[in-house]
Design a protein around this ligand. Structure first.
Ligand code: C2E
Ligand code: MG
Ligand code: MG
Ligand code: MG
Length: 285
């Protein structure tokens, strides 16, 4: 009986594996088409400054986030294709596209918004991108082509990636030498910890949404945010609270002296023109 059940489970497992592989192959071929037919685009979410006097700086920066407008499936979130793109090597092309687009839009905002334009552009990086031997030169070329000042670009890596190996560490130091800023994304969810923060060449720590969403209701999460901000500050690093959705969460992270915030409370990620409108509205208000 047990053996039969085990056999049945085995069959179910095999089928699940096969279906998963087929789904991946399907996404991969559709993603190649998406790149060729320009179905990918970039949206921007404001990152606001949480000034100590209680005011909000709406031009502190933005984060670029990739989107896929699929002809039949509609809008596909990055969660559903970044992993596949990393596995099949398409992430290099996607990453190049996002970086070029982000720098171009950033420079256009300087022209249309002047002093109100965002001062920092954050772009997410995958491990495979950093592993490219010519990555640093490629970034330098994109900056030169778009006339983007290196200090206005912030590249975001996750803890596990940044801590991983010497090769990656070398890349990060090369990027720093170009004058680019580095941020540690989703802090609190990975392998590294507060005690190893000083080992990473990052300028900013982004506190993961899973902590921020409990900042107002859980003492434990509040203490962790407080500790992160304190250690980051003592190392001369900036802090960003990710995923602020409510005024109560905002009050809680402000009380912990977090320097910047990002979340639906301020704005969802929006296309370039809508970001310009949003900044103008905030100015007028
Ligand atoms: P991330 O870098 O941590 O980006 C923040 C994510 O949180 C975004 O999800 C954003 O839409 C979402 N978010 C922001 N505020 C809120 C909020 O108040 N509530 C909730 N529930 N969510 C909020 P998104 O755009 O789906 O991206 C997910 C992840 O995909 C990103 O996480 C990033 O790791 C990755 N990703 C996005 N674009 C790129 C890209 O161009 N390249 C690479 N390599 N990864 C990317
Ligand atoms: Mg990010
Ligand atoms: Mg990220
Ligand atoms: Mg994050």
């Amino acid at each position: 009986e047990a053996k039969r059940a085990g056999g049945a489970r085995h069959v179910v497992f095999e089928r699940a594996l096969r279906e998963r592989a087929e789904r991946r192959a399907d996404i991969e071929s559709q993603l190649r088409l998406a790149l060729a037919e320009e179905q990918l685009f970039v949206v921007y979410q404001p990152v606001v400054g949480l000034n100590p006097n209680g005011s909000t700086d709406h031009s502190a920066g933005v984060e670029a986030l990739v989107r896929w407008q699929h002809p039949t499936r509609g809008l596909v979130p990055p969660f559903d294709f970044i992993g596949v793109a990393e596995e099949c090597g398409l992430i290099d092309q996607i990453g190049d596209f996002v970086l070029e687009r982000a720098c171009t839009d950033f420079m256009r905002w300087q022209a249309v918004l002047g002093l109100d334009a965002p001062r920092l552009m954050a772009v997410n990086l995958s491990r495979a991108q950093l592993a490219q031997p010519d990555w640093t030169a490629k970034v330098a070329a994109t900056l030169a082509r778009t006339r983007m000042p290196p200090a206005c670009l912030q590249l975001e890596v996750t803890e596990s990636l940044a801590a991983q190996d010497e090769h990656i560490q070398l890349r990060l130091h090369e990027l720093k030498a170009l004058g680019i800023k580095l941020a540690l994304d989703d802090f609190g969810t990975g392998y590294s910890s507060l005690s190893s923060l000083h080992l990473l060449p990052v300028d900013t720590v982004k506190i993961d949404r899973s902590f921020v969403c409990k900042a107002d209701t859980s003492h434990h999460h509040r203490v962790l945010i407080e500790a992160t901000v304190k250690v980051a500050q003592s190392l001369g690093m900036n802090t960003v609270a990710e995923g602020i959705e409510t005024a109560a969460q905002l009050d809680a992270v402000r009380a912990q002296h977090c320097a910047k915030g990002q979340g639906y409370l301020f704005s969802r990620p929006v296309v370039s023109d809508a970001l310009v409108d949003w900044i103008r509205e905030q100015r007028a208000a």
